[in-house]
Design a protein around this ligand. Sequence first.
Ligand SMILES: *Cc1c(COP(=O)(O)O)cnc(C)c1O
Length: 395
Amino acid sequence: MDNSSEEDGTEDDYSIETRSIHAGQHPDKETGALMTPIHANSTYEQDAPGDHRGYEYSRTGNPTRTDLEENLASLESAEFGRAFSSGMASINTVLNLLESGDHVVTGTDVYGGTHRIFTQVYEQYDIEFSFVDMTDLSALEGAFQENTELLWLETPTNPLMSIVDIEGAAEIAHAEGAICAIDNTFATPYLQRPLELGADVVSHSLTKYLGGHSDVVGGALLTNDESLDERFGFYQNAVGATPGPFESFLVLRGTKTLPVRMDRHCENARAIATWLEDHSDVERVYYPGLDSHPGHEIAADQMDDFGGMLSFELDATLEEASAVVSNTDVFALAESLGGVESLIEQPAPMTHAAIPREERLEAGLTDGLIRASVGIEHVDDLIADLEGAIEDALY
Ligand SMILES: *Cc1c(COP(=O)(O)O)cnc(C)c1O
C-alpha cells in the first residue's frame, strides 16, 4: 500500500477489519520493511542539543510503541492512545488524575485487581470509593457525592457478564461533573466502542483479546480529550510503566487478527451457551447473547456481538465443580482470558477466592459457578470436552 495517509488504510472511513491491520503501520522508509520494526533501543542521536527527530529516550517515546498507540487509538475511534506495561498500569494512570479527598463511583463486581488497587492502594491516600450495582442506573446516580471525580465502569462484568448501559452511565457522570472511564477489556473495540457512547476514557488490558495469544502483558488508555491525553503522557514518562518494543510488537501482531478471532470467539461462545442452556445439570447460563440474560437488550444495543466469555452454574457442590474444571482436556484450567486457546476456571476457589463466602454467595458467585474463556478451536471439540468433564465429575 501507498505510504500517504489517505491511502494507507488508516483513515476513519476504512472499516475496523482494515484499520486493525493497517492503522499505525508505516513501511520502513529506508528498507521498505512492511512490518513495524522492533526498535530495541533506549536513546536517540540528536543533531544538535534538543534538536531530535521526535524521540529522545524510550521511556518517553519509542517508535514501535508509537505505532501500537496509533493502531489502538484507531480501533477505539479515539484521537489519542497511550500504551502501558500492563492493564493495571493503565488503570493506575487514570487514578493518578485524582487528589486526596476525591471520591470514585464504581461497580461491586469490577475486576479483582481493580478492586484491590482501589481499596489497598488508593484508599490510604484518602481517596474514597463507592461500590454499587451498575446495572441499576438510579443506584449509580445515588452514589455520586459532591466530591465524585470519576465513574469507573466495566461491561460485561466478570464473572456474571452483567451489562451496564454505557450511554446512560456516562450521561449521569457528566451531569455530576465527573469523568467517565471504562475498562473495555472483555468486549474489545471490535465489539464495543465506549467513546462513541459518551465515555471519556477507555482502558484496556492488552494481555487479553488485543494481544490475543497469551504471550504478552500490556495496557492502554484511549481518549478524544487532548488535555487528558497530555496528562496520561506525563504519567507515562514520570511514573515509567511503559511497554518495551518487543511487547509493543507482539500486541501489534495480535491486533491484526482481532476481527477474525473475535468473530470465532463469539460464534463458539454462542453455540456453547446455547448447548449449556439445554443441559440438565446446568442451572443457569450467563452469556449476554442469550435472550434469558437480563442485560441482553442493552448488550444488543451497545455491542456488535456478545463476546467469548461466559459463565454457568452447575447443580453441583464446590468439589464436584472443581472436578469438572480439572477434567477438561481441551479447555486448560487457568485464570486469565482472551487467548486463542480455551480456558476454564472456578471463581469460588480461584479468581474470586478473596471474597468471603457469604458475600460471594450473595453476589451470585455460587460454589458450582464455572467461567470459560471460549477459544477459537473447533466448537464440536469444545462441547464434547465439556460434556465429558461434566459426565465424569457428576456421574
Ligand atoms: C486482566 C484484566 C485487567 C488487568 O490487566 P493486566 O494486563 O493483567 O494488568 C484489568 N481489567 C480486566 C477486565 C482484566 O480482565
